[in-house]
Design a protein around this ligand. Structure first.
Ligand SMILES: Cc1ncc(COP(=O)(O)O)c(C=O)c1O
Length: 334
């Protein structure tokens, strides 16, 4: 397969334990009328797991290949990406600096960041743009001192990171063959767009008949679509492979309506869905990403947009730390 050969030429480090399991959700399947399977990317094996491990296999591969000694990334204080970046940096002997925004409290992912002795810096800023500027400032200072930092964008969503989800698409196809399955739909949450871009690209090249739906978790739709379009074009550029994906394809794959007032809002509807999945199948979704996406998927099924009898794969992208980050708010909703 040409695309796999091309991806394999990029430097990588192994951070996942191996292929993540695809598990049948028997109780929810019975109750919803679809055949639901869950790809447990929450069980990647690094820190608390999650989709960022796949991106970091490529991003950290690039950091090591270009002889960086420091990795700087950014996000909200609950950022799963920041924790995963810190954990992989520590494993590989690199120095992680996390540029975070929000309230500094030693709970959830921020506590986990500190437990692995990441250099955590929390700022009172509102936007990702401000965090980017801070990262660039820190990198410039370090360079003056002779250090070699690499700045990883929020969410690890650049074309190199997105390769991790093209590889995940290939892994899903391999598992379909092993398990005798043929998914009609693959569903994932989408926020900074790297997971979405990788999955759309991968399935478009490898198995176009599978419908990929990416459920927004409250970021502005236009910005997400713009980010995914740019990523798809940039991936095409670095791989030298063209796809038929265009703005319309991305628009129809991007599902809105389940952001519940915006990114990072913690709402009762989603907590109910977390409890539903946990009480039926024994796994935990998170309140910021996978819980909102699961909520969206259940609604698409109930409206018949995903018809009964379909074979559906939900990609559980992790985020468990978010449950603990927001334990007070969630606790008050029980
Ligand atoms: C648990 C979890 N799920 C999904 C996402 C969304 O992935 P992406 O940023 O690649 O769109 C993130 C990103 O932060 C995440 O932490």
């Amino acid at each position: 397969m040409e695309i796999i050969e091309k991806i394999n030429r990029f430097p990588t480090v192994r951070l996942l334990w191996g292929n993540t399991p695809i598990v049948r959700a028997a109780n929810i399947s019975r109750e919803t009328g679809v055949e639901l399977y869950v790809k447990r990317d929450d069980l990647t094996g690094l820190a608390l797991g999650g989709n960022k491990t796949r991106k970091l296999e490529f991003l950290m591969g690039e950091a090591l290949a270009s002889k960086c000694d420091t990795v700087i990334t950014a996000g909200a204080v609950h950022s799963n990406h920041a924790l995963q970046t810190a954990a992989s940096s520590k494993k590989l002997g690199l120095y992680p600096i996390l540029v975070l925004r929000g309230k500094e409290e030693n709970i959830g992912n921020l506590l986990m960041d500190k437990l692995l002795r990441a250099d955590v810096r929390v700022y009172d800023v509102k936007t990702g743009g401000e965090l980017n500027d801070i990262m660039l400032g820190i990198a410039a200072e370090l360079e003056k001192k002779g250090r070699k930092p690499m700045v990883i964008p929020i969410g690890g969503s650049n074309p190199t990171g997105a390769l991790g989800y093209i590889k995940a698409a290939a892994e899903i196809l391999e598992q379909e063959r092993e398990l005798g399955l043929d998914f009609d739909y693959v569903i994932s949450p989408s926020s900074s767009g790297g997971t979405q871009a990788g999955l759309l690209f991968g399935f478009n090249v490898l198995k176009p008949k599978t419908r990929v739906f990416n459920i927004g978790v409250g970021d502005p739709r236009d910005e997400l679509i713009e980010a995914v379009l740019k990523l798809i074009n940039d991936i095409s550029g670095i791989l030298g492979i063209k796809t038929e994906i265009n703005r319309e394809t991305i628009e129809s794959a991007t599902i809105d309506g389940y952001g519940f007032g915006g990114y990072g809002t913690i709402v009762r509807e989603v907590i109910e869905v977390i409890m539903y999945a946990a009480s039926r199948e024994g796994f935990y979704l998170d309140p910021v990403y996978s819980g909102k996406a699961f909520c969206g998927m259940l609604d698409l099924i109930s409206k018949g947009i995903i018809p009964r009898g379909s074979k559906v794969l939900f990609i559980h992208t992790g985020g468990l730390g978010g449950v603990f980050q927001y334990e007070k708010i969630i606790g008050d909703m029980l």
